[in-house]
Write a protein that binds this ligand. Structure first.
Ligand SMILES: *Cc1c(COP(=O)(O)O)cnc(C)c1O
Length: 471
């Protein structure tokens, strides 16, 4: 089958082609390796793409975290760093930008997302309390558990079905949430941990109607809602595209309305905010802010830098302004979708509908002959690297870890390999190369065998685990 061109795809899907609203000013050369070099590199890395050296990678789709290309305005902002220990002018600019676009009152900077998760978990969870959320995220849940919280997944069932075409697969199941509140009592719910979009479900969005309904349910019981706003701009795009009444609202307006239904948010700025490092936490409650401002000094740094250089905060403020531009986010998600459409045309099993930041290959359907305990998604990531030096990552049983109570693996319904697209980094031609590599691995699937874990770290094992090929 021939490639659909952007033009034919445009006709097929009833829309005009898009192009990036930027041009390239600086380039970074890429190295192409041989199959033998990749065999050696992967064996040395224990078949874990996190343990590869980036030098040995051709197209790096490991993550969209901190891998963004900054704009000329952001690089210029780097030169405006005010590296004062206290009261840096860059902090006040960042604070004002977050207040303007996200709408929260009090802002605490952190070195990255998990720094913010650590602080909010400590400040807002009493040991033994429940933390309902729309599917888990690795670092989020770990910090909630380390603070003594008990995470409960209250996402709608469709989120666990990679073939469901529900337009808002990140939605909270209101019945599941209310049942939990009634069973355990509102005083035993720390807060609702809401994420937009939901990374582990495939970058799937939450609708405005859903967050509004969660708000009114929580108001009835006096439960707070905190938002993981890491990819909330991407979530806003899906609301604009799919939800009635939002087609003519700007991304900035949608973002602010969504946030207004929550009591605070944390963010990994390494994603939506178009920087390489940074994060923040913002709340409306003065007392909670006081506690967070105390904690940040212990774990991150003074409350006007939170582990960041002044220049990092300045670049983040500019990145936030750029991230809410409608033409930027349309091209960002358009590129992800382009790759998804190539793969769909070749009948390669991926999570549908295509989400905001990545294509998720469905390793269960890709390798039906490999049982989950033999790590099919990890295997697929390894095979893709061997074929063409493309780095992806596992989002399946290795990422899910173990149940602290039973010690057995969690067996997640979704067994996925993620092709994560960095923002403003790769071109459409790179996406073509990626699609062809996935197809080559798919065509060779019958001969592929699974993996055995030979080293297992205690926390977030997927980062550093090592594997061997099964004979
Ligand atoms: C990346 C991420 C985090 C953690 O942020 P870091 O900056 O990597 O520490 C939290 N939540 C979500 C949804 C993320 O994608």
């Amino acid at each position: 089958m021939t490639h659909p061109t952007p033009q034919t795809m445009g006709q097929q899907f009833g829309r005009r082609s898009w192009a990036e609203p930027w041009k390239i000013k600086m380039v970074e050369p890429l190295r192409v390796t041989t199959r033998e070099e990749r065999e050696r590199a992967l064996a040395e890395a224990g078949y874990n793409t996190f343990l590869l050296r980036s030098e040995d990678v051709y197209i790096d789709l490991l993550t969209d975290s901190g891998t963004n290309a900054m704009s000329d305005r952001q690089w210029a902002a780097i030169m405006l760093g005010d590296e004062a220990y206290a009261g840096s002018r860059n902090f006040y600019r960042l604070e004002a930008t977050i207040q303007q676009y996200y709408g929260y009152r009090y802002v605490v900077p952190t070195h990255q997302g998990r720094g913010a998760e650590h602080l909010i978990s400590r400040a807002a969870i009493r040991p033994g309390q429940y933390v309902p959320g729309n599917m888990y995220f690795t670092t989020t849940r770990l910090h909630q558990e380390l603070a003594g919280g008990i995470f409960v997944d209250v996402i709608i069932d469709e989120a666990h079905d990679p073939q469901s075409l529900h337009p808002f697969k990140g939605n909270v199941d209101l019945d599941k949430l209310e049942a939990l509140i009634r069973r355990e009592g509102a005083q035993n719910i720390a807060y609702v941990s809401l994420a937009g979009t939901v990374n582990m479900a495939g970058g799937q969005p939450v609708s405005m109607a859903n967050v509004r309904a969660v708000r009114s349910l929580c108001d009835r019981y006096g439960v707070r809602i905190f938002l993981d706003a890491t990819r909330m701009i991407e979530n806003a795009f899906f609301i604009q595209e799919r939800e009635e009444g939002y087609a003519n609202r700007s991304i900035a307006e949608i973002l602010k309305e969504f946030c207004s239904y929550t009591d605070g948010a944390w963010m990994s700025a390494k994603k939506d905010a178009l920087v390489n490092i940074g994060g923040w936490l913002a709340v409306n409650d003065a007392e909670l802010f006081d506690e967070l401002r105390n904690l940040v000094v212990v774990y991150e740094g003074l409350h006007t830098y939170g582990g960041l250089a002044g220049r990092d905060m300045e670049a983040m403020a500019v990145g936030i302004e750029e991230s809410v531009q409608d033409d930027y986010i349309r091209a960002r998600i358009g590129q992800v979708r382009y790759l998804g459409e190539l793969l769909t045309d070749w009948d390669i099993p991926i999570v549908q509908p295509v989400g905001g930041h990545a294509i998720f290959l469905d390793a269960r359907r890709f390798y039906p002959h490999i049982p989950q305990r033999e790590f099919p998604a990890q295997t697929l990531a390894a095979e893709l690297y061997l074929d063409s030096g493309i780095r992806s990552m596992e989002r399946g049983i290795a990422s899910a870890g173990r149940d602290p109570k039973t010690g057995d693996h969690y067996y997640p319904k979704l067994e996925l390999t993620r092709l994560t697209i960095p923002r403003r980094v790769y071109t459409q031609a790179h996406m073509d190369v990626v699609a062809e590599a996935v197809k080559a691995v798919y065509d060779a699937r019958a001969q592929t065998r699974g993996l055995r874990m030979v080293y297992e770290p205690k926390y977030l094992r997927f980062f550093q685990a090592r594997f061997e090929r099964l004979a």
